[in-house]
Write a protein that binds this ligand. Structure first.
Ligand code: SF4
Length: 317
């Protein structure tokens, strides 16, 4: 889905344009009423407007699922791709056009099941992009099947007596991958926190994996109900190198000062299940990014022809 004229892409537009939040709005969102995706979309549009990211230099890539309708609702370039394949598609875009701002939106089924191999390897490749994984603990678009992150006991059409296994832990899993460089968690009902995490993720140089706990009132309405009603169930991870939102201190009394450079403590915090932890678990800005590792020097037309001729000569008899 290309929403702007291709002629805009890559052309240097020197003008005094500016964008309001509404300028990033494309089609009207068709998610259910009360769906957490609406809040994430609003936070993303606010972020785009605050940073004044030119729509023609911004790309949203998605897979399949409710949240993967995101590119239709953002006025930028967009690619609504195949189930589980958003990350390799986005990596290809970043390799070819490293100057573009690339964002990926995936659901929990999309990322942690059919796309799991891409999730692991994109973390290892470390391209400079932001990946948002909206986790509602269910396959919503296909109407209520158990997903990899469905908590044990949650009923669905595929496991009507309740999920057999404990849900997987996407934060701990990502932290365990070689080259993981930014791992954070936020919740759709805390818009200021989504915004702060999104900004930190964008400013990080490397692959920023952000799990957004997302309400699905249609199929998993109980999942984050306690977290919304009782602020005591939440603990904020705060640090100058992570996020620290002063306005939230009025609401959330539990906070822990966590240095995101400390991978061992990040693992420990990710595996505790007494509270929901929101913030940046880990950050390392010094790892090489994939588009630089794989950078190919530009070639002239004559150089390209010489390379082609050399290749063809290998078949000469
Ligand atoms: Fe949102 Fe759930 Fe409705 Fe999908 S099914 S749009 S995730 S509320």
């Amino acid at each position: 889905m290309i929403q702007l004229g291709c002629s805009l892409l890559g052309s240097a537009i020197a003008d005094d344009r500016s964008w309001e939040m509404d300028d990033y709005q494309a089609a009207t969102a068709r998610w259910c009423s009360g769906c957490g995706d609406h809040a994430v979309l609003a936070a993303v549009q606010r972020f785009l407007a605050d940073l004044q990211l030119p729509p023609e230099e911004t790309v949203f890539v998605s897979g399949i699922g409710c949240s993967s309708r995101f590119p239709h609702y953002i006025n930028s370039y967009g690619f609504h791709g195949l189930h589980g394949r958003a990350l390799p598609l986005a990596t290809g875009i970043k390799l070819r056009r490293p100057e573009l701002q690339v964002f990926v939106v995936m659901g929990d089924g999309d990322c942690c099941s059919i796309g799991a191999a891409h999730w692991i390897h994109t973390t290892r490749y470390n391209p400079n992009m932001v990946a948002l994984m909206l986790d509602n603990g269910v396959y919503g678009l296909t109407k209520n099947q158990t997903s990899p992150t469905s908590p044990k006991g949650v009923r669905s059409n595929t496991q009507p007596k309740g999920a057999f296994l404990e849900g997987m832990n996407p934060i701990a899993t990502t932290l365990g991958v070689e080259n993981a460089s930014f791992v954070a968690q936020t919740g759709d009902w805390v818009p200021d926190h989504i915004y702060a995490v999104l900004k930190a993720a964008y400013e990080h140089r490397g692959f920023s994996f952000v799990r957004i706990l997302q309400r699905c009132p249609q199929y998993t309405d109980q999942l984050y109900l306690n977290a919304m009603r009782d602020s005591n169930t939440i603990e904020l991870l705060v640090h100058p190198d992570g996020v620290d939102v002063p306005a939230l201190k009025q609401i959330y009394k539990n906070e822990v000062y966590h240095d995101p450079a400390d991978l061992v403590n990040a693992f420990r915090l990710a595996q505790l299940d007494d509270k929901i932890r929101l913030g940046v678990f880990y950050r390392n800005d010094d790892l090489p990014v994939y588009e630089e590792v794989r950078r190919v020097s530009p070639k002239t037309a004559d150089e390209k022809i010489a390379i082609l001729n050399a290749e063809l000569d290998t078949y000469a008899l």
